[in-house]
Design a protein around this ligand. Structure first.
Ligand code: ZN
Length: 193
């Protein structure tokens, strides 16, 4: 295994130093530090930080595939329902900002598919002492939605049938044109125009 990893790492043309960071990424972080410093106190926090990083990544690094793993809704495990609803409002603003950034960035404008998908559902039982958990095997904790929008995607179509979350991987592969031979599931054919 270690031998194989070494071989793969040797193939990585982007690797330029011991930390394995490319010049573009080193530059990204040095510009970030120039603006926000190292204290962690000046930059946005929580999921607002992820939005800020994603917007800057689009502008400065131009990734072909960008995954933003928002996570603040899970603070609801501390027991306060507003941790959940407030963080969803912040993600909502974040997604709006990402959409605006894409619309304002040549190369992305008209050429970007958004796939928005929760990692889990939440318990709908209003009698639970701690709301919006996902550990009790309830149906609503298992059922999620997905929103896919962009060129090549069926506009305004609602697919109201049960599919698997794992189909997202193959679907993203199809959109971007890379093979997903090891993906667990078939693609979400209904998403395509
Ligand atoms: Zn959780």
């Amino acid at each position: 295994m270690a031998k194989k990893l070494k071989k793969l790492e040797a193939f990585d043309y982007r690797r330029i130093d011991a930390r394995g960071q490319t010049r573009a990424i080193e530059g990204f972080w040095s510009r970030w530090r120039a603006q926000y410093g190292d204290s962690g106190l000046k930059n946005p926090r929580g999921d607002r930080l992820l939005t800020e990083l994603a917007v800057r990544a689009i502008r400065e690094l131009a990734p072909k595939l960008l995954m933003v793993n928002y996570q603040d809704p899970d603070y609801v495990h501390w027991g306060n329902a507003s941790h959940y609803t407030r963080s969803i409002a912040i993600i909502d603003q974040g997604i709006a900002r990402l959409v605006e950034t894409v619309a304002a960035t040549p190369g992305y404008r008209g050429n970007t598919v958004f796939v928005v998908v929760p990692d889990c559902g939440r318990d709908a039982n209003p009698l639970l002492r701690v709301p919006y958990q996902h550990h009790f095997n309830t149906r609503s904790a298992h059922e999620i939605w997905a929103l896919i929008a962009g060129p090549g995607i069926a506009k305004g179509a609602v697919v109201d049938k049960t599919t698997d979350q794992t189909q997202i991987a193959a679907t993203v592969g199809r959109i971007m044109g890379f093979p997903t031979a090891h993906a667990e599931s078939r693609l979400l054919q209904d998403a395509f125009a």
